[in-house]
Design a protein around this ligand. Structure first.
Ligand SMILES: *Cc1c(COP(=O)(O)O)cnc(C)c1O
Length: 336
């Protein structure tokens, strides 16, 4: 059965490079480690979110919407990418941020939200968590009353349509790994709102990439939560787009234990990993997602179950701008 591809606007620079981290491998004393550079999907739209937003923005335009509404933290890569995409395609962007940005000048991703001309409503974390659905509904009503046609996409653009970003990316990566002669392998990526992992799993199932072992490293929530979200997203996409596959919970694999004290609360090992990759490869990870998830990869290499028996492939989902929100951390570390 042919797969029905939804409409997409081309915004990301694809295919993103697949590179081998030879200097890091030498530093670690032997392992085969590849990096899929989805941090290079673009400058303003860098990271994984633009792949999902290509579909969401296309849908907004096709349905006559003029405003994209979405949600996240002040350092959200998704909100920044959404603001950039909106500027690029001529949509208004309204961001619901929580918690309220810190006093003073905006930094990192939030600085870019402002530059790209996004409108921002900010809430305390307690208020947003308690009243999220009402807040979203109110903003949509207010925009409609002002004569706009808004479309909402949830945190991370993780809705069934957004999963297409990584259904496509899975096929792209499969081609590149094939060219590079990489067969059976472990593929590791950070997970938060779930659309990236759900898309990769769907891509794996649709394209029958049985030689892939896909691992998600939680950086925000527990495995029970992620399993539930992935199941909902994947089943939603399978139904909505009549995908020729079935949901298989056995395909979900997590490497747990890398959240630390909570989402977006950095820890020293993640800072050390950011420095290690910067010094050995001139590649920038981030303190919220990829720094933590790469810790899981390095521990796996040291414990001898990743990168040694078969190649390990890390998906660099982006996030570089949040480094510029925490300069003291990167220079001095956590304990200082
Ligand atoms: C959003 C994000 C993730 C997580 O992707 P989800 O699809 O939300 O699970 C990982 N890395 C970076 C840099 C991100 O911005």
């Amino acid at each position: 059965m042919p797969v029905k591809h939804p409409k997409r606007i081309v915004l990301a620079e694809c295919p993103t490079p697949l590179v081998r981290l030879e200097r890091l491998e030498r530093e670690l004393g032997g392992a085969e480690i590849w990096l899929k550079r989805d941090d290079l999907t673009g400058l303003e739209v860098s990271g994984n979110k633009v792949r999902k937003l290509e579909y969401v923005a296309a849908d907004a335009l096709a349905t006559g919407c003029d405003t994209l509404v979405t949600e996240g933290t002040p350092q959200s890569n998704h909100c920044r990418a959404a603001a950039a995409v909106c500027a690029k395609v001529g949509l208004r962007c309204h961001l619901l941020l929580r918690p309220e940005p810190p006093d003073g000048l905006p930094r990192g991703n939030h600085l870019l939200d402002v530059l790209f001309g996004a409108e921002v409503s900010a809430y305390s974390r307690e208020q947003y968590d308690a009243e999220r659905d009402r807040i979203v509904a109110d903003v949509l009503v207010r925009l409609e009353a002002a004569g706009h046609k808004p479309r909402f996409t949830p945190a991370g653009a993780s809705e069934p349509l957004g999963c297409w970003g990584y259904i496509r990316a899975a096929a792209e990566l499969a081609d590149q790994l094939h060219q590079a002669d990489v067969g059976e392998c472990d593929i590791i990526l950070p997970i938060s709102s779930g659309g990236t992992y759900a898309g990769m799993l769907l891509g794996q199932w649709i394209h029958q990439l049985e030689h892939w072992n896909l691992w998600a490293v939680p950086v925000s929530d527990d495995v029970v939560h992620h399993t539930h979200v992935i199941e909902k997203l994947a089943r939603g996409a399978i139904t909505e787009f009549e995908l020729p596959t079935e949901f298989d919970e056995a395909g979900l694999q997590f490497i747990d234990g890398y959240i630390g004290d909570g989402y977006a609360i950095p820890y020293q090992a993640a800072i050390d990993v950011i420095r290690l990759l910067a010094r050995t490869e001139a590649i920038l990870l981030d303190p919220v997602y990829t720094g933590k998830a790469f810790c899981a990869l390095l521990d796996g290499v040291r414990e001898g179950w990743l990168g040694t028996r078969r190649p390990a492939v890390f998906i660099h989902t982006g996030g570089i701008f949040s480094n510029f929100a925490w300069p003291e951390l990167l220079v001095k570390g956590i304990e200082a």
